[in-house]
Structure formats: structure tokens, C-alpha cells
Design a protein around this ligand. Sequence first.
Ligand code: AHM
Ligand code: MG
Length: 336
Amino acid sequence: MVKRRFMTLARHIIEGEKRHPEATGELSRLLSDLSLAAKVISLEVNKAGLVDILGFTGDNNVHGEKVKKLDFFAHEILIRAMDHGGHFCAMVSEEEENIIHIPAKHKIGKYVLLFDPLDGSSNIDVNNSIGTIFSIYKRITPDGNPGTIEDCLQQGINQVAAGYIIYGSSTVLVYTTGEGVHGFTLDPSIGEFLLSHENIRIPKKSHIYSINEGNYLYWHPGVKKYIKYLQEEDEKMQRPYSARYVGSMVADIHRSLLYGGIFMYPADHRHKNGKLRLMYECNPMSFIVETAGGRASNGKDRIMEIKPTTLHERSSLFIGSEEDVIMVEQFISEEN
Ligand code: AHM
Ligand code: MG
């Protein structure tokens, strides 16, 4: 049996930075801070089933404090873990309408953090996987001042790091700084993320599709035709494809990264711009999937080249194995 080296997340990040003599080590430190927040959220997610026993959300807990909804708890933990490290000039969360500024007593840094604290939170009560997603940019306004909307509204191609944490049968953190995509599994007994998935490469073509088929009637004709095509029999092309849909994007994309697959949340008659958020859902997942050799588009344009206009804007998303995403783009363009 080949013995693997123990490689903690912290050491992996530092070794990555060593390959760049110009690096200041700041990215390492902020990713370490993020992993601490991930451990706290993971612990709380694992206790979610006990809420009914220990107190309902909205009830007072034993300390007389209100029990918070888990997604808001995750939002607060991330802010508390990240606002005083001196790394960021601003943050954006799915749970907060406006930019989150760094309190005046803390140093203002040169990065921007955008995050979805707990994606797929409707899955919490049924023990399905959920996740935290993050996206990091360098500020574009001058250092030292509070971050602005301009710093936050950059195209996905400017991301310097992105990742997600999936709270599933184990807790796994996947991140990229553009040089490979790496996954680390949390060992709860020692409280460390250990390298478990080095240099993830997504298969070029898959045989799994992932979409909420309940929206079929509302889809663009190209998407309808594509899904019907995937369901036809064709042994050579591995059709029919299998359908898998957790309803938690992090879980659906994590599976696609490892086994190959295409995940879709298209715009439709009811969701004119799709459902998922560009800045802290689509962009970071696209950075990860593209770095792993996959593709991500809104059906026409590359996600990471979309010029954002608002913090919480939505986008159609087709993401995963490259050949599959190209194929759905073709079906859509033929129906236009
Ligand atoms: P959320 O941010 O409110 O959790 O919504 C995002 C989630 C994604 O994780 C998932 O892919 C999608 O919503 C599922 O939506 P639907 O239930 O419409 O299929
Ligand atoms: Mg979300």
C-alpha cells in the first residue's frame, strides 16, 4: 500500500506560496482563518439534528440567548473570523444586502471576500449535504481606505482564490488559487484538514446530469431538447445519462468534479435570470471547475467574463465536464 504524506491545509498553502517568491504569505494566513471558520460551522452543522432536542430555532438557548438559524450563524462566524485579520477591505455575504465594512478598530487589508455562508440550507433538516462557498479578489481601489462597491463587483476572471466547504458524510474543503484544485478532509479528532484529493481533474465528458426537472415546462426549448437528447439510448455516447440532483449546488458540483457531470440551473420563464447568485455562487464554482479542466457558462457566455452590476445578481449556470457544457451551449444556440 502506498503511504501518503500527511499534508495539512496550512502546510499545503505555505508550500504553494513558496513557489512564488513575490508572495507575502497573506493569502496563506487568510485561507487559514477561513478554515477555522469552516471548522466551527462544521461542528454546528453536525449538531443541527439536536436543535429539536436542545431548543428550536428562535427559542432561547440555555444561556437565555436566541437560537440562531444555522445559515445566519454561519454568516456571523465567517464575519467574526475574517474581519480582524487585516486581510480584507470589505466583505459580501448572501445574508446581507449591503457591503460589510471592516470595523474601524481593525486594519484594512487589500483583499475582498464574498461568500455564501450556508448554501442549500433547505437541506439541513433532512441531513443532506450543504456547503459554504467563498470567492476572493484583490481590491482595485487604493490601499488603506474602506473597500467600495467597485472592489466587490469584479469579473470572476480576477479571482485570486475560491473554494467551498461541503458538510457531508465528512467535511471537505476544496480550494484553488488558480494552480490546481485541491481537497482536504477534516479529521474531527485532531481538528485538521488533511489533503485527501490532490490536483482534482474533472473528466472531459460525463454520463451524469443534474438539474431540477420539475422546472421542465419553463425551460428554454434548447435546454428541453438537450435533456431529451441525454435521455435517448446511444451506447457509444454513454446515453442515456443518469440523473442526480441533491438540490444543494455544492454537493451536486462536488460530485461532478470527482465523477464528471453537468450541473445546470438555467434561467426559465419564472426565473428570468436563473436562481443562483453570480458573485458568491457561480463565479467561485466556475473558477474551481475551470481550473480542474471543466467549463462554466450561462449557456452562451463564460460565467467568469460576465461584468457584474449588482452584488446579489443572478445568472443562469451550466457547469461541469467540458464536452457536456459545450453540447448544451450548442443546443441553446440552435434554438435561438
Ligand atoms: P440557497 O442559496 O437559498 O440555498 O439556494 C441555492 C440552492 C442551490 O444550492 C441549489 O442548487 C438550488 O438552490 C436548488 O434550487 P431548487 O430547489 O429550485 O432546485
Ligand atoms: Mg446560496
